[in-house]
Design a binder for this molecule. Structure first.
Ligand code: ATP
Length: 321
């Protein structure tokens, strides 16, 4: 019975009334009111909708709905989502788990993603705001890791920012996305735009042509999430992606060999750059945990403000070329 098999071993030892079975999170598809399309991602369409208030509905576009493995992977992800309750993580409300209509229902994020703020609107955040954003990302990520959930796809497109508040989305969905239509194409590796620069060297080195990135192939870890955070920190500071404008082959080669985006042209203090270098360490064991990064971030503003109150970081654009 799925009531038992869907539970993780920790839950089994709890009294039955305390356990949250997957069924309690099952939303009948007919109860959802689907409104306009918000956007199209790698694994399907995201709609604005209504289910006891405004929600975001991620419809999954699976290759083979009857495939047992697909459904199991999806259910595993759902089992993970229901463990997440943190103010910097999108609120998981439930899922439609009856094929062919698989969907994830979350709270609707207001505001824009950091990607839009940084890369589309070209906004510049001053150092104290940058630190506040980074701290909230660390809080949400530290919580996920404490619950033994890997994000696997942390990037500025998956971080909403509104009124000073950060909300992280799309955690743990990576293994679902690889099962989706359009993600398996021929004998070459399909690399979504803006994805490579978040991948840790050990993950990059495991990419193979011919088969789509697969969770079981790729060595994702808490340390690979920390590497991705390093790239988010870089974008916040510099307004660009590392290795900007370089072809994917070049990025794969450099990162795989342990080379990093040079920081010589970036006018930021050494302690700000040290965080980048620590998160981008070649060896996963050398990267800090989110708790460590948070403590380091906490020390930054005081140091900085002591030198110059409300000092904005004017980063040189000349490093772009
Ligand atoms: P990728 O598939 O490469 O991760 P993506 O992040 O743009 O790209 P999705 O995560 O599927 O793809 O999101 C599609 C669109 O829906 C994006 O514009 C995203 O910002 C928006 N979106 C996703 N989740 C929510 C949410 N909870 N609230 C509001 N908008 C959302």
């Amino acid at each position: 019975d799925s009531q038992v098999s869907d539970m993780d071993p920790n839950e089994r030892s709890w009294p039955r009334q305390n356990s949250l079975s997957l069924r309690e999170w099952d939303i009948p598809f007919d109860e959802l009111q689907i409104e306009e399309t918000i956007g199209v991602g790698r694994f399907g369409v995201v709609y604005k909708g209504n289910w006891h208030g405004s929600v975001a509905i991620k419809m999954l576009n699976m290759d083979d709905m009857d495939d047992k493995k697909t459904l199991e992977t999806f259910k595993q992800e759902v089992a993970n989502f229901r463990k997440t309750r943190h103010e910097n993580l999108v609120l998981f409300m439930g899922a439609c788990m009856k094929p062919p209509r698989l969907a994830i229902v979350t709270s609707l994020c207001k505001g824009m993603t950091l990607y839009k703020h940084i890369h589309v609107r070209k906004e510049k955040f001053n150092l104290s705001r940058t630190i506040r954003i980074a701290q909230q990302v660390c809080q949400g990520m530290g919580y996920l890791h404490a619950r033994e959930i890997l994000h696997k796809d942390l990037k500025t497109k998956n971080i909403f920012y509104e009124n000073g508040k950060v909300v992280i989305t799309d955690f743990g969905l990576f293994s679902v996305t690889k099962l989706c239509q359009g993600n398996r194409k021929g004998d070459w590796l399909t690399i979504p735009k803006g994805w490579l620069c978040y991948l840790a060297p050990e993950v990059i080195r495991s990419l193979k042509a011919g088969n789509q990135p697969d969770d079981t192939d790729l060595p994702f870890s808490t340390a690979s999430d920390v590497y991705a955070f390093g790239t988010v920190w870089y974008e916040l500071l510099y307004g660009e992606w590392p290795f900007h404008g370089q072809p994917p082959e070049g990025i794969i080669w450099q990162v795989g060999k342990g080379m990093k985006q040079p920081l010589t042209n970036i006018q930021a203090s050494q302690d700000v750059k040290d965080i980048l270098m620590a998160c981008w360490a070649y060896k996963p064991v050398e990267r800090p945990h989110f708790g460590n990064i948070q403590s380091t971030l906490l020390k930054l503003p005081k140091k900085r403000l002591a030198r110059s109150p409300s000092h904005p970081i004017h980063l040189s654009r000349s490093a772009e070329s």
